[in-house]
Design a protein around this ligand. Structure first.
Ligand code: NAP
Ligand code: MG
Length: 505
């Protein structure tokens, strides 16, 4: 079996043991000297030490971001020049592709295929926004004669961007690219568990010509500096991806200064397989839909509903293929499912499965902590299928964020839609059917921000990504994201030859 290490010459990622904060265009240590240690979840081994930002460091970063925004040149650049810098960021990322992939694998324990796809997409995100920004502009509105009205899209200001651990580089790209494209300054707070690739991205931004203060990267504790950023009066916007409870907390705190807020939160996405589906395609897509990224995806299709007429056939094939999924060396190209991010998440997943057992569900496959050969010190969970469940069970209602899917039957389209929508979340959803009219009808009625029709993938640069209901609000990865990093200013002028005297005095 080939592994990336067989043909990877650089292994730069392996050589570096310390990562700095990026503040005001400089790589600095924390003011307190504190560090975060980051581990490889596949092996439990230490990967690197990272400067841990203090509140003092955050103050410094906010001041520099503020100065870059209020007095700096970045937002004044011609848009084509900003686009050029974004393209340069993408080009440098591409030239360091293997290093970024390797680092992402080491920091998260995800598979080579997953890391490769996500690093590619992060690069494409910068290219996408380099193009999109050129067409992002205000409009001229119809107003009564002798008046003229146009709008301008102005960058919102200093943005705090809080990132989760499941897609460290891609989530950073989703946030940094549109924000700097429109001329904002950003302070990125990566997840404490996975800070490495965001730091590299910050270094690349500087190398590409982003002026000092526009992109600051500050790993540090969410409850400490994350909170501090959200409450800080000099921060204009918070963009957060993470869990629903923290999202609610952030929204409450940000309301004190009426910051702009966008939230990408959790999910419990339904996956509907109709009796007229291409069953093999549905099996493969459903497998990917839940086990990709070890199920640690906000849009993981974790509730699988299959029409009763094809339930047995689907189930047999789905179970058989689930048993074939390989766990183990994430660098091995034959590995399908990577590690779980840490012990806490592993325990959470296992306790959900235990709760299902207690509530009378049936574990068809998996259901245990796994110890792949040679990876006994890492965090692993068997791909798990749970049947004999109902909508009162915790395992059906709550997000597990692991390789665990619940499987249910439905009788008809109406019931499928009702079950799909019976959740407090509304992020992803999937429909498998060869009947185009049905797929369109069902897609129309599903309460979710994303509907995948006969498609295992949820998004590409350009497709909106975000949720309904308690999955949050705001859309990333698309053109309208640019609106979420800008204010619309309306400029109304009068051009009549006679002065107006509205009071008639
Ligand atoms: P999390 O605990 O909510 O953490 C996310 C980020 O928020 C981390 O950087 C974290 O910092 C920071 N944070 C924690 N407490 C904070 C606070 N009080 N104020 C400000 N920031 C704070 O979530 P996670 O465990 O990293 O990620 C898993 C969850 O994220 C899942 O529930 C998943 O559904 C959701 N998610 C959603 C999407 C989406 O697009 N909708 C994408 C990915 C993940 P520390 O690392 O220092 O704790
Ligand atoms: Mg790590």
């Amino acid at each position: 079996m080939t592994t990336i290490r067989d043909n990877d010459i650089e292994q730069e990622a392996m050589k570096r043991s310390f990562y700095h904060l990026i503040v005001n265009g400089e790589k600095i240590k924390s003011s307190t000297g504190e560090t975060i240690k980051t581990y490889n979840p596949a092996t439990g081994e230490l990967v690197a030490e990272v400067a841990k930002a203090s509140k003092e460091d955050v103050e410094k970063a906010i001041a520099s971001a503020r100065d870059a925004f209020d007095n700096g040149k970045w937002k004044m650049y011609p848009v084509g020049r900003r686009a050029q810098v974004l393209n340069k960021i993408a080009a440098i990322m591409r030239s360091r592709f293997n290093e970024l992939v390797e680092l992402e694998i080491l920091d998260t324990g995800k598979t080579f295929h997953a890391a490769q796809g996500q690093v590619s997409q992060a690069i494409e995100d910068f290219e996408f926004y380099a193009g999109a920004i050129v067409g992002h502009r205000g409009v001229v509105n119809n107003v009564p004669g002798q008046f003229h009205n146009y709008t301008e899209k102005e960058p919102v200001g200093v943005c705090a961007q809080i990132i989760p651990w499941n897609y460290p580089l891609m989530m950073a790209a989703w946030k940094v690219a549109p924000a700097i494209a429109v001329g904002c300054s950003v302070i990125v707070k990566p997840a404490s568990l996975t800070p490495l690739t965001a730091i590299i991205l910050g270094e690349i931004c500087l190398e590409a010509g982003v002026p000092a203060g526009v992109v600051n990267i500050l790993p540090g504790s969410g409850s400490d500096i994350g909170n501090f950023l959200v409450e800080h009066p000099q921060v204009d916007k918070v963009a957060f991806t993470g869990s629903t409870p923290i999202g609610k907390d952030i929204m409450g705190k940000a309301s004190q200064s009426l910051k702009r807020v966008t939230l990408e939160l959790g999910g419990k996405s339904p996956n509907l397989v109709f009796e007229d589906a291409d069953i093999d395609a549905a099996v493969d897509g459903s497998l990917f839909g839940i086990f990709y990224n070890s199920g640690q995806s906000c849009e993981a299709r974790s509730r699988l509903y299959v029409h009763e007429d094809i339930y047995d056939e689907f189930l047999n094939k789905f179970v058989e293929k689930t048993k074939k999924l390989q766990l183990g060396n994430p660098f091995d190209k034959g590995t399908h499912v990577g590690a779980i991010i840490d012990q806490v998440q592993l325990d959470t997943i296992d306790s959900y499965v235990q709760s299902a057992r207690k509530e009378g569900a049936e574990i068809l496959v998996g259901g245990n902590i796994s110890k792949p050969n040679g990876y006994e010190n890492g965090f692993w969970y068997e791909p798990t299928i749970i049947a004999n469940v109902n909508h009162d069970m915790t395992v059906v209602k709550e997000e597990i964020f692991g390789p665990v899917v619940v499987l249910m039957k439905f009788k008809n389209e109406k019931e499928a839609i009702r079950l799909a929508n019976d959740t407090e979340f509304g992020l992803g959803s999937a429909i498998w059917s060869k009947d185009g009219a049905r797929a369109t009808r069902v897609a129309n009625q599903i309460q979710a921000g994303i509907v995948m029709v006969n498609c295992p993938f949820s998004a590409f640069p350009g497709t909106p990504f975000g949720g309904y209901k308690q999955s949050g609000f705001g859309r990333e990865l698309c053109i309208e994201t640019l609106d979420l990093y800008t204010e619309t200013k309306s400029i109304l002028s009068y051009y009549g030859s006679r002065p107006l005297n509205p009071f008639g005095l």
